[in-house]
Design a protein around this ligand. Structure first.
Ligand code: PHE
Length: 413
């Protein structure tokens, strides 16, 4: 039984059959971790904003958007999996928690801004492990040029400036063609201008990668920074790319970007223009730069975490003693309608909060005679701040099982 309405950030929303936001998630809304200049996410936010110092920087936009803003306006097809209630949080069928900062592209372009950045919390239903959390933070950035002679002169001048800067930097770039048969320009674009704008995007982001990952106090020990460009696909850009950086021995996926679909600029009523945009995940980069081993730590208010960071400084996190893990299994017969991994994970998170470190599906089978399906999950209970007794783990596990029966009608084996 669901309540007829729910209240979030002081606004009331009637609920319906798509409503799936949990209290654990609602609790995180409005925390705005990235606006604290001494929090690792805030330090990174400042670093990116100062790199793009002549871009207007937006923060604090409320996370509730319409599915039109999050998906339709950006050209997501009607059957895109991200729309499913198993993947996104809905307040009701007309209001959802944004799954990416791109949800604000149209309104920001519509204000006529030509260089902008936007940081925000975003929400995605997912499995539970050390690098996935249902709330994380992204930064979006975009730059608009006029599709005329003046715009062309502007992009050419900026490309020359950036090429000059990169030529004197310690960076090696593995590139892909700006435009290709598999990563085409848009019909509406002048071919030369499309190339120049794609090139400006690449130069701008290579320069950002140098700011974030370039030689900082011996981290790369004089080795050049290696950046790799890969063709990608997003419904709202073409050509599109992903950027990877080679850091401490591994290729790391850093961001997605591309030349903005004209549809977006048309909706924003910005005629005769061409733009690029990028979106990057702050946690992913902060975990690497600060050596933070578990994504839950970003939410910790433990002084042993919080006090380690200083505004304006990238430092290496020193883990305080790791508390022992406590594994508990739960096996059950699925209800006829099934049970999605993400529904299971949200139930665990909603019951025990951040005491859950990860959840793994360890067994899944169909009984050969009855055709009933069984799942077994292994839950790892581990607090980041204190040692969890076995009794306490048993107690929360019992609560998980009770809620599982209650909410999904499963039969425990
Ligand atoms: N919104 C995309 C994501 O979340 C990233 C992106 C932003 C890609 C802007 C292209 C342009 O994955």
């Amino acid at each position: 039984t669901r309540p007829p309405s729910l209240t979030l950030l002081g606004k009331e929303y009637p609920t319906d059959s798509t409503t799936n936001i949990t209290d654990a998630i609602a609790d995180k809304v409005g925390r705005n971790l990235y606006t604290d200049p001494a929090h690792p996410l805030g330090i990174l936010h400042v670093l990116v904003s100062s790199h793009f110092h002549d871009f207007r920087s937006h923060v604090g936009l409320p996370p509730v958007v319409t599915p039109a803003q999050n998906f339709d306006d950006l050209g997501f097809p009607p059957d895109h999996p991200g729309r499913a209630p198993t993947d996104s949080y809905y307040l009701n069928r007309d209001a959802m928690l944004r799954t990416h900062t791109s949800a604000h592209e149209v309104e920001t372009f519509a204000r006529g801004e030509r260089r902008w950045l936007l940081a925000a919390d975003v929400y995605r239903r997912d499995e539970i492990d050390a690098s996935h959390y249902p709330v994380f933070h992204q930064m979006e950035g975009a730059r608009v040029f006029g599709a005329d002679e003046a715009g062309r002169a502007e992009v050419e001048a900026d490309n020359a400036r950036l090429e000059h800067h990169l030529a004197r930097s310690n960076i090696v770039i593995e590139d892909v063609p700006h435009i290709s048969a598999t990563n085409p320009r848009q019909e509406a674009h002048d071919p030369v201008m499309a190339e120049l704008v794609a090139k400006n995007l690449k130069l701008s982001l290579n320069s950002l990668m140098l700011t974030l990952f370039g030689d900082r106090g011996g981290v790369n020990e004089g080795e050049p920074l290696r950046v790799r460009w890969i063709e990608a696909f997003f419904p709202f850009t073409t050509p599109s790319y992903e950027v990877e950086v080679f850091f401490r021995g591994k290729w790391l996926e850093i961001l997605g970007c591309g030349v903005v679909q004209q549809r977006t600029l048309d909706r924003a009523r910005v005629p005769d223009s061409i733009s690029w945009a990028f979106g990057l995940g702050l946690e992913r980069i902060a975990m690497i730069l600060f050596s933070i081993p578990d994504i839950r730590l970003f939410w910790s208010q433990d002084p042993r975490f919080v006090s380690q960071f200083t505004a304006g400084q990238i430092s290496t996190f020193k883990p305080y003693s790791k508390y022992p893990a406590c594994y508990k299994d739960v096996s059950f017969w699925l209800p006829g309608s099934g049970l999605h991994d993400n529904d299971f994970c949200d139930l665990v998170r909603d019951t025990v909060g951040d005491l859950v470190q990860d959840v793994v599906l360890i067994d899944y089978f169909t009984h050969p005679k009855t055709n009933r399906r069984s799942k077994c999950y292994r839950i790892n209970y581990c607090s980041m701040d204190r040692s969890l007794s076995n009794e306490e783990a048993n107690a929360v596990h019992t609560q998980v099982i009770a809620n599982l029966k209650d909410k999904f009608g499963v039969e425990i084996r």
